[in-house]
Design a protein around this ligand. Structure first.
Ligand code: THU
Length: 142
């Protein structure tokens, strides 16, 4: 799938909607993510924190694990939006290192597109290769 074929604005809007569900009483940093699977389904996730801190989960992994738990094994693109509480997003929020590795597990790193956005008109697109170069993945264990 080429970049032109990815429904970028739809993914960003789905991530923005998902961010509204974020549970972040400790950081007040709200993240939303929307993942496009090979079947062209969209799954969304938000970050969910916990009083014991370490059980918290990032929005990206939440979205990816929802897709995987519904039977999807490959993803093509993910949109991520994040900022402190509030409707206006003024910065690009990039996936953390752990989420990049989880994206790696379920994608082709040369083709996987990561969209970081402030809104549906302001965004940047990277391949996973750009954000996680020389990565380790499932095929290395074959
Ligand atoms: N967070 C995400 O949801 N995704 C990321 O890639 C980076 C961080 C969340 C985790 C935590 O709830 C809050 O943002 C502050 O780190």
């Amino acid at each position: 799938m080429n970049m032109q074929d990815i429904p970028v604005k739809e993914l960003i809007q789905a991530a923005l909607d998902a961010r509204k569900k974020a549970y972040t009483p400790y950081s007040n940093f709200q993240v939303g993510a929307a993942v496009l699977t090979n079947e062209l389904r969209i799954y969304t996730g938000c970050n969910i924190e916990n009083a014991a801190y370490s059980p918290g989960i990032c929005a990206e992994r939440n979205a990816i694990y929802k897709a995987v738990s519904e039977g999807c094994r490959k993803i093509k693109a993910i949109a991520v939006v994040g900022d402190k509480c509030g409707d206006v997003i003024t910065q690009y929020a990039y996936p953390c290192g752990v989420c990049r590795q989880v994206i790696r597990e379920f994608s082709n790193p040369h083709e996987m597109m990561i969209v970081v956005a402030k809104n549906v008109d302001e965004y940047q697109i990277y391949t996973l290769d750009q954000l996680l170069p020389e990565s380790f993945g499932p095929e290395h264990l074959n």
